[in-house]
Design a protein around this ligand. Structure first.
Ligand SMILES: NC(=O)c1ccc[n+]([C@@H]2O[C@H](COP(=O)([O-])OP(=O)(O)OC[C@H]3O[C@@H](n4cnc5c(N)ncnc54)[C@H](O)[C@@H]3O)[C@@H](O)[C@H]2O)c1
Length: 382
């Protein structure tokens, strides 16, 4: 394997959510070593968080700019940085590292605003460093297989896409209790962006539908609500989709649907058959060729495909899930980073969400907000 990729992290301090998931994902295949961090918004908490992770004191930073400048100068500075801050900080942080040629692995949505997303796409295009966006659901083996089946024409031309991502954790005004920081910034438009559920989970659903179907969204009509009194961003959205080429779709995202945890589900129907995949049962994929019995395809069982196998780690029947799917994004990023370091082309089978996918996601949120403000009028993606 050679030397581990030296990883830094911005965000992901004590009490943060997704930073810990990134650290696990980075470790699963032994490709990365976390060596530096600006882990929190306050220097004191950043120091405590770095110490708790066993980082060398000289590699614990109170400020991400200081980290980018110093890590770029020192021998054995970081090769890549994971960005796991609230949305409004993705652009300023990513810019500092990309400009210095440090690879970026950033969580979604790409940015809080469309202008920032455009600027970030430009900075990424001008940088020699890679930009990887952790739309982690694209890392699941059966999602990879679904994408291959569509691309192979096994469903025929795609007609209908149904995708939904309901949750229930914002059913009450938890952001007003002062006890849940994840909900506080997510319901603050300045930090989250103009979209609430649309930005937080609608972008995942949008990205997954694009990834599997291979379709490009042309226009949408969005009916967004903030059901919880006082909430400043949407917590529920019903969105009609028109794809280039004529396919139609519907996307539902909600954080106020009691009983739903992370019930991301995708159904795709073509002229010859359909596919159905659910994140909470991710090792299985239903294939429904028209006029034939439904088939349950499994990650590593009879008929398992290479495209799923190359991102699987255990025999069939041993459930792989969220952490392994996340780790697959890190594994793909590692392959791309290693190819870059060796001055070689990235292997063709390596797939990960890019800055362009992130820009499309932010354009999706922007279009939803514009449409909903006009009584769910049809609008084109910017
Ligand atoms: N891919 C996924 O499944 C997934 C899941 C959850 C969250 N996310 C995304 O991850 C990001 C973080 O979400 P979270 O739920 O972990 O939030 P969180 O509030 O739990 O953690 C955010 C962390 O960023 C730190 N931070 C804030 N400003 C900073 C700065 N200027 N410098 C350094 N650190 C700073 C905070 O101190 C905290 O440690 C968001 O963009 C969110 O959309 C993605």
């Amino acid at each position: 394997m050679g030397d581990r990729i030296k990883l830094g992290m911005v965000g992901g301090g004590k009490d943060a959510f997704i930073g810990a998931v990134h650290r696990i994902a980075a470790r699963i295949d032994g490709e990365y070593e976390l060596v530096a961090g600006a882990l929190s918004s306050t220097p004191e908490k950043a120091r405590e968080s770095g110490e708790a992770l066993g980082l060398a004191p000289s590699r614990i930073y109170g400020d991400f700019r200081e980290m980018a400048i110093r890590e770029n100068r020192i021998k054995d500075g970081i090769d890549a940085v994971a960005i796991v801050t609230p949305n409004h900080m993705h652009y300023p942080v990513a810019r500092e590292f990309l400009r210095r040629g440090i690879h970026v692995i950033c969580d979604k949505p790409l940015t809080a605003t469309l202008p920032d997303a455009r600027k970030l796409a430009k900075v990424a295009a001008e940088s020699d460093a890679l930009f990887v966006l952790t739309h982690n659901y694209t890392g699941y083996p059966m999602v990879r297989q679904a994408r291959e089946m569509v691309a192979n024409g096994e469903l025929g031309a795609i007609r209908v896409v149904q995708v939904e991502y309901p949750q229930d954790w914002l059913t009450e005004a938890v952001e007003q209790t002062g006890t849940n920081k994840q909900s506080e910034w997510r319901t603050d438009p300045a930090r989250s962006g103009a979209g609430g559920s649309t930005g937080d989970i609608g972008t995942h659903a949008f990205n997954l539908a694009n990834f599997v179907s291979g379709l490009e969204l042309e226009a949408l009509a969005a009916d967004l609500q903030s059901f919880v009194p006082g909430r400043r961003v949407d917590d529920n959205g019903h969105i009609l989709l028109r794809y280039r080429g004529g396919a139609r779709g519907m996307l539902w995202c909600s954080q106020v649907a009691p009983g739903n945890e992370n019930a991301l589900r995708l159904r795709v129907y073509g002229e010859k058959g359909g596919l159905e995949w659910a994140q909470e049962d991710p090792n299985y994929l239903w294939f429904t060729p028209f006029g034939e019995p439904k088939r349950l395809l499994t990650r590593a069982g009879a008929g398992a495909r290479d495209v799923a196998g190359r991102v699987s780690r255990t025999p069939g029947g041993h459930p792989e899930g969220y952490l392994e799917g996340f780790a697959n994004i890190y594994a793909e990023a590692a392959r791309a980073i290693r190819a870059k370091m060796a001055g070689e082309a990235c292997p063709a089978e390596v797939v990960f969400p890019t800055v362009e996918d992130g820009l499309a996601g932010v354009a999706f949120v922007d279009a939803c907000v514009r449409s909903s403000a006009r009584n769910a009028a049809w609008v084109k993606l910017a």
